[in-house]
Design a protein around this ligand. Structure first.
Ligand SMILES: [Zn+2]
Ligand SMILES: [Zn+2]
Length: 303
């Protein structure tokens, strides 16, 4: 299985267009050693030609341009995107669908909850019907694995994860299973197993067991500290409130990953305030010590 990191940042990207936090300002004035990053999206393939896009970020156009294999050019109008899986209905994971309108219809896989949000509060499914039929919905059942015709050797298993629905969701203050999922993706030929959860608020025993059975963990790297937004003076919400488990501190992601010595561990969906973006930071050095990698745009993983 080929795993291509198209975008490794959280919503807003890095640097964020209107942000002057230490990271964003330091990147702009050249005093910070760091790589720019686009918003969260990965692509998966079993043959390197046909791809399943996981999340469609607002940066999708630039992401496709940066990764030639997704534009195979077999016909006058063509794409390597065979299907799209949405992990939730957040803006930074779904707005890219608007930019893919020229290639409709698209096969879109998402849960009932995500489909509801995207048919009501943020009605992408309705709007896009005007473009050659728009988006064909394939329902993700929470208790069932599924396969996708475009990549027949990959098996996808959804994992409902606890998180709040977006502000425009009709059930914003009433969380449901399926508002946010993680995925286990297994290559049926190589046996390679990926655990992908860009929004991961809590890891309990059963989830830890699932993670232990995977070869590579591509997990929530949004924040270093739970109160990072306050610390950096750019917001008041905690990571926990946004459904993201911070890396640092008791019970944090680094402690969780400590229990998983055999897996390749990669943080993704990194917020622009996170000190791990600074390649010279002590936080980054701590990740190196712990054998935890930081995803970057253009990173390729083979499983
Ligand atoms: Zn996000
Ligand atoms: Zn910033």
């Amino acid at each position: 299985m080929f795993v291509q990191i198209l975008g490794s940042a959280a919503g807003g990207g890095f640097p964020q267009w209107n942000c002057n936090c230490a990271n964003c300002a330091g990147f702009r004035d050249g005093s910070l050693r760091a790589q720019a990053r686009t918003q969260s999206s990965i692509a998966l393939s079993d043959d390197g030609v046909n791809w399943v896009l996981c999340n469609a970020s607002p940066d999708i156009r630039a992401q496709l341009q940066a990764f030639a294999p997704m534009q195979p050019g077999r016909a006058l109008r063509d794409t390597g995107i065979g299907a799209i899986i949405l992990m939730d209905s957040q803006i930074d994971h779904t707005t890219g669908l608007l930019s893919l309108r020229e290639g409709c219809p698209h096969q879109v896989w998402c849960t009932d909850m995500v489909h509801e949000d995207l048919s009501t509060g943020f009605p992408l499914f309705n709007m896009l019907t005007h473009w050659n039929g728009g988006l064909s919905w394939n329902r993700i059942e929470l208790d069932q694995s599924f396969t996708i015709a475009a990549c027949p050797n990959l098996r996808f298993t959804p994992l409902p994860l606890r998180s709040a629905a977006p502000p425009y969701s009709p059930h914003r203050f009433d969380p449901h299973p399926g508002d946010n999922i993680g995925l286990i993706v297994e290559d049926l030929r190589t046996g390679g197993k990926l655990f992908y959860a860009p929004g991961l608020g809590k890891v309990d025993e059963s989830l830890l067991e699932i993670m232990a059975g995977s070869d590579c963990l591509l997990v929530d790297g949004t924040m270093w500290d739970d109160d990072e937004m306050q610390r950096r003076g750019v917001g008041t919400r905690t990571g926990r409130e946004m459904g993201h488990l911070a890396q640092n501190g008791p019970g944090g992601m680094l402690e969780v990953l400590e229990h998983l010595p055999k897996q390749r561990k990669v943080l993704i969906h990194i917020n622009n305030t996170n000190p791990i973006l600074d390649e010279d930071s002590s936080e980054r050095a701590e990740l190196v010590r712990r054998n935890v990698e930081v995803a970057y745009d253009g990173m390729s993983i083979e499983l």
